[in-house]
Design a protein around this ligand. Structure first.
Ligand code: GDP
Length: 664
C-alpha cells in the first residue's frame, strides 16, 4: 500500500506520521514537532514553518500488508501543481483539525485526491484540544469536501487530555443501517440488495461493501483522534488495510513507472524514487524517461523496515530508489523501450502533449545579497530545481540574471528560507512578473540554400511551422528525401531528426515576442549538404535563422496565463467581492448564494491572483476562502507584452550571424 498523508499546514500531519510509525513499531520513541525531533521533518525550515519540502519513504508492515508511507512534496498551497506526484499513491489519509475544521488547503487537497480517484480516509485530529467539535467538523466535511463519508465511531471527553475515539462496535444495528443507506446511494447492485432484503443485509455484508467502495474512492471512512495523546490512531491503522487498496499492476506488462522524488547521494549521484505501475525493471536495464532522455540503471533499492535494501529488480506496484539515471527529473514517466523484431530499439512511444505539471505562471529575478555569490547561487538553485518540481530556472547570460519561475508569492519565501538555511545564501527577489506564451496563428515557411543568398553555412535547411491544436504540445517532422541527410555525420535518420528537433525546441523557447512558443508542428521541408565538408554544426547553426523567419511569416499571438478560482464569502459581502473581481479583470460566473454563504467561480489573469489573495480578507471580514489553479492560456488583448531575449537573436539575421560566425 503506497500511502500518503495530506493536511493543511499545522493540522497535524507530522505528528500523526510519528504516531503511525510508533504504532507500527518502526520507531520506539515519539518525536515531537515542537522540539524538532521527528523522523520525517528534519529540515530546519520544515521545523520553523511546518512545511514539508522533501519527500521521504518509510516502510512498515500492518496486518501482513507492506505500507510505504510517502511524504508528498511541495507546499500544500501548490499541491494541484504537483498532482502527478500524488498519482503514485494507492491511498491517502487526509488530516483535518477538529478545532480549525476544513481549511482552504484541505479543500484543494480533497479535490485533487478526488480528481485522481485516490481512495482516502479522513482523520479528524486534535480532539484533545479545547474548542474541538466533532459534529461541526463532520458538517463542514459534508458541506465543503464530500457528502459520502462514514464516521467510524464516536468521541468521548472531547476537548480534554482524556479525549478518546470509540469505534462503533461490530454488529451495531444503527451503524449498519446508516452505512447501508450511504452505500446504497452509490452502487446499483447494493441498492437492489438493500431494498429487496430490507432486514437481510448483515453487518458483515455492509462492512464488506464499505471496504469495497472505500477501496474505489467512492466513500470515505472518518476517524477521530489525537496525534498528541494517541487516541484513535489504532483504529486508523486498522482502517488503512481494511479500507484502502493495496497496489496492483501487471508485473509482466510493459514497464512503466513514475519518478516522484529525486535526490543526490553523498557522492553526488542522482537517485530517482520510482513507483512502478506495470512491468518490471532490472539493474542494467536502459530506461527511457521524459521526452527523449535515457539512462542505465546501476542499482535498485527497496524500502524495508525503515531502511533501503538492494534488489535486482523492481516490480509493478512497488517503490524503489533507482540509481544511474543521471538526467532524470521529478515527474518523469520511465519506460523500457520496446524492442521490435528487427532489433532496432523504438524510442518513440507516445509522450506528445503530456504535461507533467501545471506550468508556472510567474517569475522573478533572484539577486544574491553578495554579488560574489552568483556562482554558488546558480549551483544551489540548480540542485533545488532537480529535487523540487515547483522550481524552474532560466538564465539570462546577456544580462547575467537568474530567473526562477513561481507558482505563487509564498514560494519566494520558501525558496529564500531554503537558500539561507541549507546553502547559507542570502537573496532577494525582484518584482514578480507573469510568464506568457506565444502561439503561431498561421503557417510560415522559409528556406536557405547551400551556396546561395549569402548563406554562410554548408547546408540547405527549409522549415515550415504551423499551429497545432491547443494543448497538443510540439512536434518536429521530417519531409525530405533520405539522400539529403548527411548520414556520415549521424548514426541514423532518427538521430538527425532528434538533433534538429532539439535545435528547434531550443530556438522556439523564445518566439517573436520573446516568450516560449507552444502548440506547433515544425516540418523540415528542405535539406542538403556537401560531402565531406558539411558538419552537424552547419545544420544546427542555420536552422534557428530559417525557423525564426518562418515563424515571423506565420505570426504569433501572445497569450497570458489564466487561473480558475473558487471563492467562498459571506453572502452580504457579494457587492464588494464583485467590485474587487472587476477591478482585477476577473471573469466571474453567476454567484451561488445559499443562506449566509456565497460562492463564485470564474477565471482571473495569473498576474492578478496575488492581488486577489491580498484583497479577499479585507472585503469578506476575513472569512473569504479562495482557491486558484492554472487553467489555460488566453490571448492578450491590446498590445503584446514582450520579454527581452537571452539568446543570440536569430530574429535579426545580421546580429545572429555576427555572434555565430565569431565563434566559427
Ligand atoms: P503539520 O504542519 O500538519 O505537519 O502539523 P504538526 O504535526 O507539525 O502539528 C502542528 C502543531 O499542532 C504542533 O504544535 C503540534 O504539537 C500540534 N498538534 C498536532 N496534532 C495535535 C493533536 O492531536 N492535539 C494537539 N493538542 N495538538 C496537536
Amino acid at each position: 500500500l503506497n500511502l500518503g498523508i495530506l493536511a493543511h499546514v499545522d493540522a497535524g500531519k507530522t505528528s500523526l506520521t510519528e504516531r503511525l510509525l510508533f504504532g507500527a513499531g518502526v520507531i520506539d520513541e515519539i518525536g515531537s514537532v515542537d522540539d524538532g525531533s521527528t523522523q520525517t521533518d528534519s529540515l530546519a525550515l520544515e521545523r520553523q514553518r511546518g512545511i514539508t519540502i522533501k519527500s521521504a519513504v518509510v516502510s512498515f508492515v500492518i496486518n501482513d500488508v507492506t505500507v510505504n508511507l510517502i511524504d508528498t512534496p511541495g507546499h500544500p498551497d501548490f499541491i494541484a501543481e504537483v498532482e502527478r506526484v500524488l498519482s503514485v499513491l494507492d491511498g491517502a489519509v487526509l488530516v483535518i483539525s477538529a478545532v480549525e475544521g476544513v481549511q482552504a488547503q484541505t479543500r484543494v487537497l480533497m479535490r485533487t485526491l478526488q480528481r485522481l480517484n485516490i481512495p482516502t480516509l479522513i482523520f479528524v485530529n486534535k480532539i484533545d484540544r479545547g474548542g474541538a467539535d466533532d459534529e461541526r467538523t463532520l458538517l463542514a466535511i459534508r458541506e465543503k469536501l464530500t457528502p459520502v463519508i462514514i464516521p467510524m465511531g464516536s468521541t468521548r471527553e472531547l476537548g480534554s487530555k482524556r479525549a478518546d475515539f470509540v469505534p462503533y462496535p461490530a454488529g451495531d444495528p444503527a451503524f449498519t443501517a446508516s452505512v447501508a443507506e450511504v452505500l446504497a446511494d452509490h452502487d446499483e447492485a447494493f441498492l437492489a440488495a438493500y431494498v429487496e432484503g430490507e432486514a437481510g443485509l448483515s453487518y458483515d455484508d455492509v462492512r464488506g461493501e464499505l471496504a469495497r467502495q472505500g477501496r474505489r474512492a467512492r466513500v470515505h471512512p472518518v476517524y477521530f483522534g489525537s496525534a498528541i495523546v494517541g487516541s484513535g490512531v489504532k483504529a486508523l491503522i486498522s482502517g488503512l488495510t481494511e479500507f484502502l487498496p493495496t497496489s496492483q499492476g501487471d508485473v509482466n506488462g510493459s514497464a512503466s513507472g513514475t519518478v516522484f522524488k529525486v535526490e543526490r547521494d553523498p557522492a553526488g549521484e542522482k537517485i530517482a524514487y520510482v513507483r512502478m505501475f506495470s512491468g518490471t525493471i532490472r539493474a542494467r536495464d536502459r530506461l527511457r524517461f521524459g521526452q527523449e532522455r535515457d539512462g542505465k540503471v546501476t542499482a535498485i533499492r527497496v524500502f524495508a523496515d525503515g531502511t533501503a535494501v538492494q534488489r535486482r529488480s523492481l516490480q509493478a506496484g512497488h517503490i524503489g530508489r533507482v540509481s544511474g539515471l543521471s538526467d532524470v527529473q521529478i515527474g518523469d514517466t520511465i519506460a523500457l523501450p520496446r524492442e521490435p523484431s528487427d532489433g532496432q530499439v523504438d524510442w518513440d512511444s507516445e509522450t506528445r502533449g503530456e504535461r507533467f505539471f501545471a506550468p508556472p505562471t510567474l517569475e522573478s529575478v533572484v539577486v544574491p545579497a553578495n554579488p560574489a555569490d552568483k556562482g554558488a547561487l546558480h549551483l544551489a538553485l540548480t540542485q533545488l530545481a532537480e529535487q523540487d518540481p515547483l522550481i524552474n530556472l532560466r538564465q539570462d547570460d546577456i544580462r547575467q540574471e537568474l530567473f526562477v519561475s513561481l507558482y505563487g508569492e509564498v514560494q519566494k519565501e520558501v525558496i529564500q528560507a531554503t537558500l539561507a538555511n541549507d546553502f547559507g545564501l542570502a537573496v532577494t527577489f525582484r518584482e514578480t512578473s507573469m510568464i506568457c506564451v506565444e502561439r503561431p496563428i498561421g503557417t510560415g515557411a522559409a528556406v536557405e540554400l547551400l551556396g546561395k543568398d549569402a548563406n554562410p553555412f554548408l547546408a540547405t535547411v527549409g522549415l515550415r511551422i504551423e499551429p497545432a491544436p491547443i494543448n497538443t504540445g510540439t512536434e518536429f517532422r521530417l519531409d525530405v528525401k533520405h539522400e539529403s541527410i548527411p548520414l556520415y555525420r549521424y548514426k541514423a535518420i532518427e538521430e538527425f531528426r532528434k538533433s534538429l528537433e532539439a535545435t528547434v525546441k531550443e530556438t522556439l523557447h523564445q518566439g517573436v515576442h520573446g516568450w516560449e512558443v507552444i502548440d506547433y508542428v515544425v516540418t523540415l521541408t528542405h535539406s542538403g549538404y556537401m560531402s565531406p565538408e558539411t558538419t552537424s554544426g552547419d545544420f544546427r547553426k542555420l536552422a534557428p535563422l530559417v525557423l525564426m523567419s518562418a515563424l515571423k511569416e506565420a505570426g504569433t499571438i501572445v497569450c497570458e496565463p489564466m487561473h480558475e478560482f473558487a471563492l467562498e464569502f459571506p453572502a452580504d459581502t457579494l457587492p464588494a467581492v464583485l467590485a474587487v473581481l472587476a477591478r482585477l479583470r476577473a471573469q466571474p460566473q453567476t454567484p451561488d448564494v445559499r443562506g449566509r454563504v456565497g460562492t463564485l467561480e470564474g477565471e482571473i489573469p495569473a498576474s492578478q491572483v496575488y492581488a486577489l489573495q491580498q484583497q479577499v480578507p479585507g472585503v469578506t471580514r476575513g472569512e473569504g476562502v479562495l482557491e486558484t489553479t492554472f487553467h489555460r492560456y488566453q490571448p492578450v488583448r491590446g498590445e503584446f507584452p514582450t520579454r527581452p531575449r537571452t539568446d543570440l537573436n536569430p530574429l535579426n539575421r545580421k546580429e545572429y550571424l555576427r555572434h555565430v560566425l565569431r565563434g566559427v
